[in-house]
Design a protein around this ligand. Structure first.
Ligand code: NAP
Ligand code: KPC
Length: 523
């Protein structure tokens, strides 16, 4: 196919102008323009070519440019920002918000102002279509912001090929740079099971591209970590029977046993069916080639479920193949490119960032790894270790955490103080605490569902060593609390902070109730 060039360098393209262009480049198979935003008048060499313009490449580029460096992004999609706004985090957040709204509506079905939801199935396709129609807006913002506000150079809508550690070819042109920064992302791990490729079997990537029918009343989700749980809770909240087929155990990622227990108990009380230690053995298609049933080997025997909709979230495979083949970079067990704390690979002048360097495949790590690679190239002495970080996932709730769970903290510190809500009673979960915004209706009308939270303090040092929250609205606090924790946050520091009542974590006022004592007690 002949490629055509669209040189946008001399133009100013507003956000609203970008939207139809990106739409055309994405949807029209005959629109094969390669978007060039290259400053041909600048004779300086590039400090770096970023191969991949996702969150990692875009933030690395912005930082390099802000430091006075020269960069070029080469990106296969016709927009910057990568999978996050296209098929990953942004749709996941939309679907998780729908799950939370529907959980409220179903819990209070027929009460107050809520309609009767009994037996009512809401549309999955409508929400998927809503996302698909709306995702062009963030794409347009990223292209606009990157060019007009951040002054970045980029080539879009064409795949770059690595020639060597300083050279990338794209759309018939070769660009050279002092350094190459790889930000090629990751892709869904395929389901290795007969029938896995039939119509009606989706990943988070294919769901938003290909869903062309309204799923029936039974959904099967394969996988037991963040992706599977987040999408599973959305599907279940729409009123469908939802079965999670989990190879080992559900959500081992949650480090605190009591928090995990609350999270999973609430999923079950919402109606999720969780089949642990179970493996899908084959999928059957109907005469139109669409999935009609799945067979699962469970600890209780082989079970066959009739369904026209299967989703799997089995983790991510880093897109490291080209870099291995062309440059010989070292990779780890999961195909992730191995980097040092400066984001350098095993090949001189080649850096790697984002999901390509493995877990955690989170936005903060993508963006920060890009930034640290740029800072190093621009001569700063930097060190980025992403071995500890605040974390979150969605069920029908938001779950946020950092640090240790209670069990590990007891092993490491011996004497720990636990501050939690609901308080320890015979069945604390029935208590109308925590009470906080977006949980107030639950607190008053269905207290068991009002959330769970726990702060773990090493009693001798009085330092916070772990924090866990299930509910709504606490995620923002956790990203700041984590920074304080890294600097040695104590119960006494919390006790003098200013709570904006009713704050979702309640950690400040609860700490203040106990901090006066020399010998700390649980609460
Ligand atoms: P993941 O954390 O790698 O977990 C993969 C899940 O799939 C596990 O439950 C695993 O089971 C199961 N699995 C893997 N291969 C399987 C197979 N062949 N058959 C059956 N089950 C299999 O994957 P993820 O949840 O998709 O997350 C991927 C990355 O994206 C992570 O780094 C995550 O942090 C990030 N992410 C973040 C969010 C967020 O909200 N913060 C959301 C989505 C994804 P075992 O436990 O038995 O191995
Ligand atoms: C709108 C939004 O922040 C989601 S898309 C983020 C892409 S990027 O800013 O490049 O990380």
């Amino acid at each position: 196919m002949t490629l055509t060039t669209w040189d946008i360098r001399p133009e100013t393209i507003g956000i609203n102008d970008w939207a139809p262009e990106i739409d055309s480049l994405l949807e029209d198979p005959d629109d094969n323009r390669v978007v060039f935003n290259v400053d041909e008048a600048d004779t300086r060499p590039y400090d770096a070519i970023f191969l991949g313009g996702g969150a990692a490449g875009r933030f690395g580029s912005a930082y390099m440019r802000a430091m006075g460096g020269r960069q070029l992004i080469i990106e296969a999609w016709p927009f910057l920002g990568g999978s996050c706004p296209h098929n990953a985090c942004v749709p996941h957040h939309l679907f998780s918000e729908v799950a939370a709204e529907l959980m409220l509506a179903r819990t209070f079905s027929g009460r107050f102002w809520f309609p009767d939801m009994d037996g009512r199935i809401t549309s999955i396709k409508e929400i998927v279509d809503l996302f698909r129609a709306g995702r062009i807006a963030p794409h347009a913002i990223m292209n606009f912001q990157s060019k007009e506000q951040l002054d970045l150079e980029y080539v879009l809508n064409a795949r770059g090929t690595i020639i060597d550690a300083n050279t990338v070819e794209v759309a018939g042109r070769r660009f050279t740079a002092n350094n190459l920064i790889l930000g090629l992302g990751a892709r869904s791990r395929p389901l290795d099971c007969p029938g896995a490729d039939i119509h009606g079997v989706y990943t988070y990537e294919t769901l938003v591209e290909d869903l062309d029918y309204e799923p029936g009343d039974t959904v099967v989700v394969i996988g037991g970590s963040k992706t599977a749980v987040e999408y599973g809770c959305f599907f279940q909240a729409t009123g469908r029977r939802t079965i999670m087929v989990v190879r080992s155990e559900l959500l081992p990622i949650l480090p605190d046993a009591e928090t995990r227990d609350y999270t999973i108990t609430m999923m079950k009380e919402q109606g999720m069916e969780i089949w642990e230690h179970s493996v899908a053995t084959h999928l059957e298609g109907d005469h139109n080639g669409k999935v009609k049933a799945i067979t699962v080997k469970t600890p209780d025997g082989v079970r066959r479920i009739e369904t026209d909709f299967v989703f799997h979230g089995l983790g991510e495979i880093p897109n490291s193949e080209m870099a291995v083949e062309k440059l010989g970079v070292k990779v780890g067990d999961e195909g992730q490119i191995i980097v040092n704390p400066q984001m350098q690979t095993s090949v001189p002048n080649v850096y790697a960032i984002g999901d390509l360097i493995g877990r955690p495949m989170e936005m903060f790590k993508a963006r920060k790894s890009g930034m640290y690679a740029s800072r190093h190239i621009m001569g700063e002495d930097v060190h980025y270790a992403f071995d500890e970080f605040p974390d979150f996932l969605h069920t029908h709730y938001e779950v946020s955490w950092f640090g240790m769970g209670e069990e590990e903290a007891r092993e490491v510190y011996g004497d720990v103080t636990i501050i939690k809500m609901p308080p320890e009673t015979e069945d604390g979960w029935e208590v109308a605490l925590p009470a906080t915004d977006r949980m107030m209706l639950y607190a008053f009308a269905d207290p068991r569902k009002s959330g769970f939270q726990k702060l773990i303090i090493a009693s001798a040092s009085r330092k916070v060593v772990g924090a866990h929250h299930v509910g709504a609205g606490a995620r923002d606090a956790f990203q700041y609390l984590f920074q304080m924790y890294k600097r040695g946050l104590t119960i006494d520091d919390l006790a003098v902070m200013d709570e904006l009542f009713l704050n979702p974590t309640h950690f400040i006022q609860l700490s203040r109730l106990r901090a006066g004592a020399k010998n700390l007690q649980d609460l």
